[in-house]
Design a protein around this ligand. Structure first.
Ligand code: AMP
Length: 290
């Protein structure tokens, strides 16, 4: 696996790949890799001749410095995982390489962000679209792979690609879970044992919401109420949000005419966990197995 640390090296590599006419699949990450990331890599490998993974903990998308400071990192371990998985290139730039000085231009996301993490993490999606615009221009991949675990991110990246005419195919990849149902996340290592034990109820709460949808009318406030009751009965973490919205537009009119998302965020002492399920018009889970 070739490790690329500068934008100049990356441009050279891209020119080489273009001359050979080789397709490039891109998996952006913040490192501390787990099986969720590896699923994205597997998908990318199955559809492209070459695969590149980036590891960059983007300071711009952290609205709380404690979250940035606590973000786990082990690049040596990550490199071994990437080699084992047959990744061709790792793009691992420094913060100075990505942001050599203050930006003169700021991006503003005006749709799909007035709910969920868009509200509880002000500036987060602006940071995400900024770094992705840079990474898309630097790497110029054919395909990009994102986890449905961060479903609002998928919705925003979908809009970014559409609005700014990136010639890139977006592939959403189903959420990979631990055996008890907890969505894999780099932040899970920051859970205390008791928090980790009860965190399984987050996914169960989403499935409870799904059951409610399937057996009752599609009433947003009722779904939120039911999921909230379930969570309050089973977890000690602080609920940041519970919502049920259309997907990918993320507005609050839900009906059987389009996909919907049930999404939850919970604060624990040193980690904020998010999870969601996306349901089709029959209330069946999309992007995953039931
Ligand atoms: P991160 O390193 O947390 O920024 O995640 C990098 C990519 O991996 C994003 O597209 C995430 O949505 C995706 N991802 C994170 N956790 C999971 C998971 N449990 N299953 C599938 N994809 C995931």
């Amino acid at each position: 696996m070739k490790i690329i640390k500068t934008i100049e090296e990356m441009h050279k590599l891209k020119n080489e790949l273009q001359m050979k006419n080789q397709s490039l699949g891109f998996v952006p990450t913040m490192g501390y890799l787990h099986d969720g990331h590896r699923k994205l890599i597997k998908e990318a490998k199955s559809l492209n001749e070459k695969v590149i993974v980036s590891i960059f903990v983007n300071p711009l998308q952290f609205n709380q410095s404690s979250d940035f400071d606590n973000y786990p990192s082990d690049v040596e371990r990550d490199e071994n995982i990437l080699k084992d998985d047959g990744v061709d290139f790792l793009f691992y730039p420094s913060a100075d390489e990505m942001y050599p000085g203050p930006l003169a231009i700021q991006m503003n996301v005006v749709r799909r962000t007035d709910s969920l993490c868009g509200v509880s993490r002000p500036g987060h999606f602006e940071g995400v679209v900024t770094v992705l615009t840079k990474l898309f221009n630097i790497i110029q991949p054919n395909d990009v792979y994102f986890g449905v675990k961060d479903a609002q991110q998928v919705a925003v990246v979908d809009a970014l690609i559409e609005d700014f005419n990136f010639d890139i195919n977006l592939y959403p990849v189903p959420t990979v879970r631990e055996t008890d149902g907890l969505a894999m996340s780099s932040r899970n290592v920051n859970l205390e044992p008791k928090e980790r034990e009860e965190a399984k109820y987050i996914y169960q709460a989403l499935l409870y919401g799904q059951q409610y949808i399937q057996s009752h009318k599609w009433t947003r406030t009722d779904v939120i109420h039911e999921v909230k009751e379930f969570l309050n009965a089973n977890i000690t973490g602080d609920i940041d949000y519970i919502d049920c919205l259309s997907f990918p537009e993320l507005n609050d009119e839900i009906s059987e005419n389009h996909d919907i998302i049930i999404a939850v965020a919970v604060y624990y002492k040193k980690a904020r966990l998010i999870d969601n399920i996306i349901l089709n018009h029959q209330g069946r889970i999309k992007f995953g197995s039931e």
